[in-house]
Design a protein around this ligand. Structure first.
Ligand code: MLT
Ligand code: ZN
Length: 567
């Protein structure tokens, strides 16, 4: 075990996925587009079945050839949706109108650009949008939505398009509203650390900005080089610093959002305390765009601490990982800033598919690995604390081997292993991805049970944010296979439900799980939310009597909430 000179000053990350997910919105009285949803427990329908026209055909051919699209749209067993004919089709008049609002160059019809915007990062979900709009201000977003609402045109907002559950791409021919040009920092208070910025700011750029001022973003995820803060907020993204700084529900102090009818809600508070009635902004955090488009954000950033240490450790079994977590919380206490784990199969995936990655603990391989990061303000105190903890844990048999990063390059390489798993999985072929909150002591049983179920037909990986009880269960096969999927779902959701876990810890429901909410929320809870007059108003359903009818079927009602405004 190497325990020398562990001080490093930070880490770099690679990026791939973002969390910007949204459903489009339309609340015109005349429009009243009810969702056409059929439940189909066995079969999976691909979106492409519903696409019309030559453009779509050519997109599909192009994507098949160039992007290795896996035609397993929705990637889940539950939902089959059809475009609701109540929504209008785009006309040249609409396009001219958008050009008047935004100017020619922000109304994108270029096929190549649309190809990328129509497909999600996992290449599982694809739409057939023929128009992408790039607003530069809240006022422009408002004008777009007002117009789309009056014309009954479906829209889908998009940020960095790195979401993992099919929430950030069109499903049919929605107009894509890309927020990326709204990327200005509005203000930064150097005393309080409160940052106010537009929703299209890339997380990594925000981090670089605040680091220069002596602060860090409270959120860090592998996708930070391309994900945007508006998408992070809409999805309530979790990530690697959650164990230390907690959820965006605590860190977001205010936001601005535009509703379906173009109304701008200014909730952009820059105060830590504000008890003047309901905290409406909380509804938007994690609502996946179902209530409106987030356009500005006010966020509390913690001070950047000078001493950062990262240890990459091996454990002989899952029980040791658990005990190590408990010890880390007790003994590292206030300096603990990340506690991540991966199993041998995850390590193998990264070593096989990512270039330049090497085993930090050669020559052996172990069944489990843990990555611990500490952040504190006193270099020698923090180091001593970490070393004492590691030594004790090794003596107690919780750690089998380990290494502490000697410099920033080594630290980056450790993070690269953990953060690179999703990318490595994508290179290996088809991925069935599950993001679950489960009691820590039960969590890995699911991985083992899944291995037994699937036998040799698939590789089953377990990794994730152990410090937050968040398991990323990923199943890898050379290509998508309905029989494999039928073995996984609904088993994985039922298993999670039995443990009172959550079927979405941090990725959101998206299209993938819109129909599965009942595994984690009771019908009464879903009903209470969706019959709340305020929510109905926000959903733009105040004049739509469909809520009453749908209320008889709670599964449908939530699906409706997420999907009704898209099609
Ligand atoms: C991660 O923690 O690596 C991300 O949430 C992505 C994933 O689940 O694969
Ligand atoms: Zn994660």
């Amino acid at each position: 075990m190497i325990l020398t000179s562990p001080h490093i000053s930070g880490h770099m990350t690679i990026k791939w996925f973002v969390y910007f997910s949204v459903r489009s919105i339309c609340n015109s009285k005349t429009c009243n587009p009810k969702p056409q949803i059929e439940h189909q427990k066995q079969n999976i329908q691909t979106c492409s079945r519903y696409y019309l026209g030559n453009l779509q055909a050519s997109i599909e051919t192009y994507l098949e050839k160039t992007c290795k699209i896996h035609y397993r749209s929705f990637g889940s067993t539950a939902t089959k949706i059809q475009r609701n004919p109540s929504y209008s089709a785009l006309t040249s008049d609409d396009i001219n109108h958008f050009k008047e609002i935004l100017g020619e160059k922000n109304v994108i019809q270029d096929e190549d650009r649309l190809l990328t915007a129509n497909v999600d990062w996992m290449r599982k979900y694809k739409g057939s949008s023929r128009l992408l709009l790039q607003p530069r201000s809240t006022e422009e977003v408002s004008q777009i939505l007002k117009y789309c609402n009056s014309r009954c045109l479906a829209v889908v907002p998009q940020g960095g398009n790195t979401g993992l559950v099919g929430g950030s791409v069109p499903v049919f021919d929605e107009v894509i509203i890309n927020i990326g040009s709204m990327n200005n920092i509005i203000s930064f208070d150097k005393v309080s650390g409160i940052l106010v910025c537009e929703a299209g700011c890339i997380l990594e750029n925000l981090d670089s900005f605040v680091v220069n001022q002596g602060f860090i973003m409270p959120l860090d995820l592998g996708a930070k080089g391309s994900c945007q803060i508006g998408g992070n907020v809409s999805t309530n993204a979790g990530g690697l610093r959650f164990v230390r700084y907690g959820s965006l529900h605590g860190n977001i102090l205010g936001l601005e959002a535009v509703l379906a009818n173009g109304t701008v809600l200014d909730m952009l508070a820059t105060l830590r305390k504000d008890n003047t009635g309901y905290d409406l902004k909380q509804l938007f955090i994690g609502s996946e765009g179902s209530l409106g488009i987030v356009t500005k954000v006010s966020i509390l950033t913690p001070p950047k601490l000078s001493s950062v240490n990262i240890a990459f450790l091996a454990c002989k079994d899952y029980s040791s990982c658990q005990k190590l977590l408990l010890e880390a919380k007790r003994k590292l206490g206030e300096v603990l800033s990340a506690f991540e784990f991966l199993d041998n199969q995850s390590m193998d995936m990264v070593l096989t598919h990512l270039e330049g990655v090497r085993n930090p603990l050669p020559p052996s391989t172990y069944d489990f690995y843990v990555l611990i990061e500490t952040m504190g303000s006193d270099e020698s105190y923090d180091r001593e604390k970490l070393e004492a903890f590691l030594l004790r844990s090794m003596e107690g048999g919780l750690i089998s081997d380990g290494v502490v990063a000697q410099d920033i390059n080594q630290a980056s390489s450790f993070w690269h292993i953990r953060e690179g798993i999703a990318e490595a999985l994508m290179k290996a072929g088809a991925v069935y991805k599950y993001d679950l909150s489960l009691p820590v002591e039960k969590m890995y049983n699911l991985v083992e049970e899944m291995r037994l179920r699937l036998g040799q037909s698939a590789k089953v990986l377990g990794y994730g944010h152990l410090g937050d009880a968040n398991l990323h269960l990923n199943i890898s096969t050379p290509q998508y296979d309905d029989t494999v999927l039928a073995q996984i779902e609904p088993f994985v959701y039922e298993w999670t439900s039995k443990q009172r876990g959550s079927i979405s810890a941090e990725h959101g429901l998206g299209l993938m799980k819109a129909n599965e909410i009942h595994y984690s929320k009771s019908p009464e809870t879903v009903n209470a939310f969706l019959t709340n007059p305020f929510v109905i108003l926000l959903l733009g359903l105040a004049n739509d009597h469909s809520m009453g009818e749908l209320g008889n079927d709670h599964e449908d009602i939530f699906t409706a909430a997420l999907i009704i405004k898209i099609h």
